[in-house]
Ligand binder design. Structure first.
Ligand code: HEC
Ligand SMILES: [Cu+2]
Length: 335
């Protein structure tokens, strides 16, 4: 084993971009875990270098050979100094391990202490292969539903309750929060206290089937005022269609197959299996980070979901081109 071999495990980290990396923390929880990671690297790195040093020394002595008639035995070790300082080396190992144990214990306590500052309650549930997100409205306690885009006010601790509709997923926003398993039938929760404004990327981190890789979500950390404005917008029912094409689109969405799976609050569409579409056009991406939100992608998705995300649980609905156009016109107005 060479030193280069030792460092090779760091290579994958080099490909981490800024929006999805534990190496650029933007929240209390991620920052704590990052410090622990650095401490572990230092402690383990120093111990590993010592081991390599002694190994090299041993090899070097072996090549030099022991003087004739002076072969070392257990009773008479070849190096009295090394033998006498053995306790120092043992102590270094014990101190290193204690340091790691103590630091992770303290971090664990600090993460748990965030519970006392929880000021916002969010429910996130994993579905094959997208995220349902619901906020408890601080003004009246009702639940406001959206999907695939998590908004968080900077400097506020949010409690995120995690649930799964089907298989095991894992909620992972490395810049802000670290990682937590999402297990059917089990109530897990994670606290997040974001400290830096910006867009970050979350990703399902537990293999959950065909489209696991395309089960991502955007995280937007914004000022408390921006967040309040966004939440108030999400709480509103869907805006009325602005033109004839959109009106036709609304009729298709609310009367056709779409309404079996999707809700558009303020209309008769109340389906549950798919993402809430009430303000779908206010989101940055569609289909859990698969496509940018724009008119072309919306229309493409409606016509051919299975071509864009093979295996997705959205079934293809056959629409006349004119109708597909009207549906995209309508959905594009759901800001
Ligand atoms: C069988 C249930 C089902 C039907 C029918 C259905 N959908 Fe979907 N739809 C889904 C599911 C599930 C997803 C999530 C897909 C994913 O990301 O893997 C989805 C995703 C979407 C999205 C992306 C939402 C987002 O925020 O990512 C749009 C837009 C959409 N559907 C529109 C429609 C329209 C319009 C119709 C009718 C023409 C329709 N759907 C019919 C289940 C359905
Ligand atoms: Cu997954």
């Amino acid at each position: 084993m060479t030193q280069k071999g030792h460092l090779a495990f760091l290579l994958p980290l080099a490909s981490c971009a800024g929006a999805q990396t534990p190496l650029a923390p933007a929240g209390d929880q991620a920052a704590g875990q990052y410090s622990l990671l650095l401490l572990m690297l230092w402690v383990c790195g120093i111990l590993y270098m010592l081991v390599l040093g002694f190994l090299a020394m041993g090899l070097w002595r072996l090549r030099r050979g022991a003087p004739a008639g002076n072969e070392p035995t257990l009773e008479t070790p070849s190096d009295a100094v090394l033998g006498k300082t053995l306790w120092i080396w043992a102590a270094i190992i014990v101190v290193g391990l204690l340091l790691l144990a103590g630091a992770s214990f303290l971090l664990e306590r600090r993460l748990a202490a965030a519970e006392a500052r929880e000021a916002l309650l969010v429910r996130v549930s994993g579905h094959q292969w997208w995220w349902r997100i619901a906020y408890r409205d601080p003004r009246n306690g009702s639940w406001i539903e959206t999907a695939n885009e998590l908004h968080l006010p900077v400097g506020t601790t949010a409690r995120i309750e995690l649930g799964s509709a089907d298989v095991i997923h894992s909620f992972w926003v490395p810049n802000v929060a670290g990682k937590m398993d999402v297990i059917p039938g089990r109530a897990n929760a994670i606290d997040v206290t974001p400290r830096r404004i910006g867009w970050f990327r979350g990703q399902c981190a537990e293999f959950c089937g065909l489209q696991h890789a395309k089960m991502a979500f955007d995280v937007k950390v914004e000022t408390p005022a921006q967040f309040a404005g966004w939440l108030a917008l999400q709480a509103r029912p869907a805006p009325a269609p602005e033109d004839a094409a959109a009106l036709r689109g609304m009729e298709i969405v609310t009367r056709g197959a779409c309404a079996m799976c999707h809700s558009v609050r303020g209309t008769s569409a109340r389906g549950r299996p798919g993402p809430d579409l009430t303000h779908v056009a206010s989101r940055r991406m569609i289909a859990a980070g698969t496509l940018a939100m724009n008119r072309g992608n919306l229309q493409g998705w409606i016509a051919q979901p299975q071509a864009l995300k093979p295996g997705t649980l959205m079934l293809p609905v056959t629409l006349e081109p004119r109708d597909a156009n009207a549906v995209a016109q309508y959905l594009g107005q759901l800001k």
